[in-house]
Design a protein around this ligand. Structure first.
Ligand code: DOR
Ligand code: ZN
Length: 368
């Protein structure tokens, strides 16, 4: 198969940031997505007072983004950032303001997670924080886990988080949960088992975790994100989850742009975690599915599994045309896209007008 038409994508994990940059990121999302779940770890500035921890901030953020690209086709779905101070009343207010997802950031584990939840609270289901979780179950919301134990060794942090989710599954059997950006074979297996026990749980998988192992991350800052990519067996488990027949895995890019000056570490700063995949995510996923000869299952992973889990109505607003055509991603901006200066096998025809997406088997000469 050299040409394939698929419906526009559901990306169930996007960082759109704020200010002028958000306009830019949202325009990129709008080129390929019908739906994007917007992450709440925003910072102070550009009309916001910090992360989206209240219904009021959610309303402010929505107004900012909706004004940013008024003619967009992509539908934005909203999340609330949970803190240890989030109350059941705040959950009801957020639900009334249109929140669908409620994000648990273990404190200190990733970008802007310092108002997140400490491990001791994650493990103590009698802490008042859990009344908020119970309310999320009552309002029919979804808890989105950044599934890593803070301070654990990076290769163990996700595996150790499985016991947190296990306890939540037992305490709140009807609570809808998504384990975001799954990176380990252990978590894939656990999600399968929880689903066999009829827990309404699913996992998102990113494009970059389908392509990387830890070997690709060491010393390569544009491949560095949280959770970090793990070993080959883990990556293979992700590939089989994404390409398999389970409804329990769907796409969430975790596209997380940081300016190129923030992606480098030096004597004054560590590198920020995050891969900005939006310009190449569909092409990369197509490449992975193509290798396993299952391009026909691409719409399940990129759209329908998420549509069913989140119960999002509506027909595709448009289609994307994928063509087998080698091209070099040399698209340049202040934000270096993932897979920069690397060859891809699949191209999205609708992105053909974007400058610097070079079709052809030879690496283009670059002006720096
Ligand atoms: O790599 C990451 N970057 N992981 C996250 O969980 C957050 C994200 C960001 O916001 O930069
Ligand atoms: Zn994220």
């Amino acid at each position: 198969m050299d040409r394939l038409v698929i419906p526009a994508v559901f990306d169930m994990h996007q960082h759109l940031r704020q200010g002028a940059d958000a306009v830019y990121f949202l325009k990129w999302v709008d080129r390929v997505c019908d739906v994007a779940l917007v992450m709440p770890n925003t910072v102070v500035g550009h009309g916001l007072e910090g992360p989206i921890t209240t219904a009021e901030r959610l309303n402010q953020y929505r107004t900012l983004l909706e004004r940013a690209v008024p003619d967009r086709k992509a539908h934005l779905v909203w999340t609330l950032y949970l803190t240890e101070e989030t109350t059941p009343e705040m959950i009801r207010a957020a639900a009334a303001a249109g929140a669908t997802g409620y994000k648990i950031y273990p404190r200190g584990e990733t970008t802007n997670s310092d108002q997140g939840i400490r491990e001791a609270v994650l493990r103590d289901l009698r802490h008042p924080f859990w009344r908020a979780i119970e309310e999320i179950q009552n309002v029919g919301g979804v808890v989105n886990h950044h599934g890593e134990i803070p301070g654990a060794d990076v290769y163990d942090a996700e595996r150790k988080y499985c016991s947190v989710i296990d306890a939540v599954c037992r305490e709140y059997p009807k609570l809808r949960q998504v384990v975001e950006h799954v990176t380990t074979a252990d978590m894939v297996q656990n999600i399968r088992e929880w689903r066999e026990e009829d827990r309404p749980i699913a996992g998102t998988i990113t494009a970059h975790h389908l392509c990387l192992t830890l070997n690709d991350v060491v010393g390569q800052t544009h491949n560095f994100c949280k959770p970090v990519a793990k070993g080959t067996k883990d990556r293979d488990a992700l590939i089989s989850a994404a390409t398999g027949w389970s409804d329990g895995f769907f796409f969430g890019s975790d596209a997380a742009p940081h300016h190129r000056t923030k992606k480098v570490s030096n004597e004054f700063q560590p590198a920020c975690a995050g891969c900005w995949t939006t310009p190449v995510m569909v092409q990369l996923v197509a490449q992975v599915f193509d290798k396993l000869n299952c391009l026909d299952r691409l719409p399940r992973f990129l759209r329908t599994n998420a549509k069913t889990f989140y119960n999002i109505q509506g027909e595709p607003s448009r289609t994307l045309t994928l063509e087998r055509k080698p091209w070099w991603n040399t698209y340049r901006s202040g934000y270096v896209p993932f897979w920069f200066d690397k060859l891809l096998d699949w191209r999205v025809a609708e992105l053909d007008e974007i400058p610097n997406f070079h079709t052809g088997p030879n690496r283009p000469t670059m002006e720096v």
